[in-house]
Design a protein around this ligand. Structure first.
Ligand SMILES: [Zn+2]
Length: 254
C-alpha cells in the first residue's frame, strides 16, 4: 500500500523538498476523491496482519516538521478530512531549538520548525506524530550504540511532550542498513519508514514510502498512489525499464 512522503508545504521556498500550497490543495482534492486515505495506524495494523485493507488505499506522511505544515498544510488537510502523520526531528523541540542545518538548498531566510504548542494543537486536530531522529544525522554513519542513543532520546523527548508512546520512526533521508534497523528496534520503535530509490530489504523496520516532489502533477500522483507503483519502482528491473523509456523519449533511429 502506498504511503506518501512529503516534506515542506511552502509558498516561497523553491526546493525539491517544498510543494506550493496550491499544488498541495489540488493533490488533496484528488486523493480525497479517488483514493481512500487511511491513518498510519491502519497501515501499521495491516503490516502486523491485524487488518486487511482494500485496494486504492493510501496514507500521508510529512518528514522534518517544518512550521509551514502548521500554517499551510493543516488547513488543507482539515478541509478534506485527511489523516496525516508528521515525523519530527525531536531535537528541534528541545530547549534552545537548534536551527535546521540538514537541508541541502536552504532559502535565504532561516527555515522554521514546529514548536511544542503547534505540535500539541495539531495533535488535537487529529495529526499523529513519529520520530525523524534527534538531529537528522545520516544514521548509517553512526555506530550502532550511538544510533540507538540518538533514536531512544528522540523517542523519549517526543513522548514527554505528547504524553503517549511514540513507536514509529522515519529514517532521515530514508537511509538505513542492518545496523540502523537493529538500533531502531532496540531504541523502542516498532515500525520504521524508508524512502527507497531502488531495491531494499523490507520488514517492520524497513517500510517503504513514495516521495512526492514539486514536479509531480496529478498524473504522477495517480501513478504513485497505485498499488503497483512501489513494486515497480523498487524492482531490480526499474533502471532497465527507465532506460528503455528514456530511449523511447529521445527517439532511437530504427
Ligand atoms: Zn528529513
Amino acid at each position: 500500500m502506498p504511503v506518501l512522503c512529503y516534506h515542506a508545504i511552502d509558498p516561497a521556498w523553491r526546493s525539491p523538498l517544498a510543494i506550493s500550497p496550491d499544488a498541495f490543495a489540488r493533490q488533496c482534492a484528488w486523493v480525497s476523491r479517488h483514493r481512500r486515505v487511511v491513518s498510519l495506524s491502519e497501515v501499521v495494523d495491516r503490516v502486523n496482519g491485524a487488518v486487511r485493507l482494500p485496494r486504492g488505499v493510501t496514507a500521508l506522511t510529512f518528514d522534518d516538521g517544518f512550521d509551514t505544515l502548521y500554517t499551510h498544510a493543516m488547513p488543507i488537510l482539515r478541509e478534506h478530512g485527511l489523516a496525516a502523520t508528521v515525523f519530527l526531528v525531536a531535537g528541534t523541540l528541545a530547549t534552545g531549538r537548534p536551527a535546521v542545518d540538514w537541508v541541502d538548498d536552504p532559502p535565504p531566510q532561516p527555515l522554521g520548525t514546529l514548536n511544542r504548542n503547534q505540535v500539541l494543537e495539531m495533535r488535537e486536530a487529529g495529526i499523529t506524530f513519529g520520530s525523524h531522529s534527534l538531529a537528522h544525522h545520516d544514521l548509517t554513519l553512526l555506530g550502532e550504540d550511538e544510533c540507538e542513543r540518538d533514536l531512544r532520546e528522540s523517542r523519549e523527548l517526543l513522548e514527554d511532550l505528547l504524553g503517549h508512546p511514540v513507536r514509529w520512526l522515519a529514517y532521515p533521508r530514508g537511509r538505513h542498513n542492518e545496523r540502523v534497523r537493529r538500533a531502531a528496534s532496540r531504541a523502542g520503535f516498532t515500525h520504521a519508514f524508508t524512502l527507497p530509490t531502488g531495491p531494499e530489504p523490507r520488514g517492520a523496520h524497513a517500510l517503504p514510502r513514495v516521495g512526492i516532489w514539486p514536479k509531480d502533477g496529478i498524473n504522477a500522483l495517480r501513478a504513485k498512489t497505485s498499488d503497483w507503483y512501489l513494486g515497480v519502482r523498487t524492482s531490480r528491473m526499474f533502471p532497465l525499464a527507465a532506460a528503455v523509456r528514456h530511449l523511447g523519449r529521445v527517439g532511437v533511429p530504427a
